[in-house]
Design a protein. Structure first.
Length: 103
């Protein structure tokens, strides 16, 4: 799994870091179930290819995280950065949003 890649778009705004990450193989595809359809676009997820270590590092540092893909969501849960209860399935694809609040 070390050589698997992800695609990331990092946004910095007013001192906050927001990141969108997807499994590389999903970029350009549309995922759907009976009630929802999402296009995994380069304009939203970016074109910066990163490895797992880089992905986990940026997730740890970001305040708002949007993840799509079974691999990235699984690895985020494995790193204990989110709860399994927060994962939504769109068809067979995992989707996870994390918002961190500062004290």
């Amino acid at each position: 799994m070390e050589n698997e890649r992800y695609v990331m778009r990092l946004i910095r705004h007013e001192g906050n870091m927001m990141v969108n990450i997807c499994d590389e193989k999903l970029l350009g595809k549309t995922i759907k179930d009976k009630d929802l359809e999402i296009h995994i676009s380069q304009s939203f997820y970016g074109n910066n290819k990163i490895n797992l270590k880089e992905a986990i590092d940026v997730i740890q540092k970001s305040h708002s995280i949007n993840l799509v893909g079974n691999r990235i969501v699984e690895q985020t849960l494995k790193a204990k950065l989110a709860s399994k209860l927060s994962v939504k399935k769109i068809g067979s694809t995992s989707f996870l949003m994390i918002i961190k609040f500062n004290n």
